[in-house]
Design a protein around this ligand. Structure first.
Ligand code: URA
Length: 191
């Protein structure tokens, strides 16, 4: 476990724990304010993220930023965004369970340094890994869970909303619920 952010970032950038290191262009460690009370966790980098070294910078990321903006959240100010796996799975396949297991300690270390009050899981893969393995994203997005004193919620993945725009209202409702929870439990996110 690294105690400071610089050491963690350097070590993570050099990671060769799994085969994804062979095809990556960049390790996508995360983006945002390390002092955030709210953390978002996605699945893994896609092509754009791999090339730019930042999470959620493709089409799904643009939609995510719009929804965040609507509830006064901003990746450059009051949240932190990371992924379950830090390197792109080829052809955007799902990260394999063994890749997730080999990568998860980086995320655990990030959570330990940030100590968020709220964790939002974007999509099924992140929700099943972080909240509970049998989480049903269609039924349980927007539902609050508590684990080790941290409030957690799954949201629909923005890429899923892009594939089926009829799901936009239910996706947006979760952001509104998040805003209310932040107002209840966070001290400086909305200052
Ligand atoms: N999808 C994810 O889950 N994470 C990213 O960083 C980009 C797309």
């Amino acid at each position: 476990m690294y105690r400071n952010w610089e050491e963690l970032t350097v070590a993570c950038n050099g990671c060769e724990k799994c085969g994804l290191c062979k095809t990556r262009h960049n390790v996508v460690v995360g983006v945002g304010n390390p002092q955030s009370e709210v953390m978002f966790i996605g699945e893994g980098p896609g092509e754009n993220e791999d090339l730019q070294g930042e999470p959620f910078v493709g089409r799904a990321g643009i939609l995510l930023d719009k929804m965040l903006c609507a509830v006064d959240l901003d990746r450059n100010a009051n949240i932190y965004i990371a992924n379950i796996v830090k390197c792109r799975p080829p052809h955007n396949r799902d990260p394999k369970p063994e890749e997730q297991d080999l990568c998860i300690n980086w995320l655990r270390n990030q959570v330990a340094l940030i100590r968020p009050k709220i964790i939002v899981c974007l999509g099924r893969i992140a929700a099943c890994k972080i909240i509970k393995p049998d989480l049903r994203i269609t039924r349980e997005h927007g539902v609050w869970f508590e684990k080790n004193g941290v409030l957690m919620m799954a949201m629909l993945h923005p890429a899923a909303v892009l594939r089926d725009p009829r799901r936009k209202p239910e996706a947006f409702a979760d952001f509104l619920a998040l805003r209310e929870k932040i107002k209840q439990v966070c001290e400086y996110t909305y200052q």
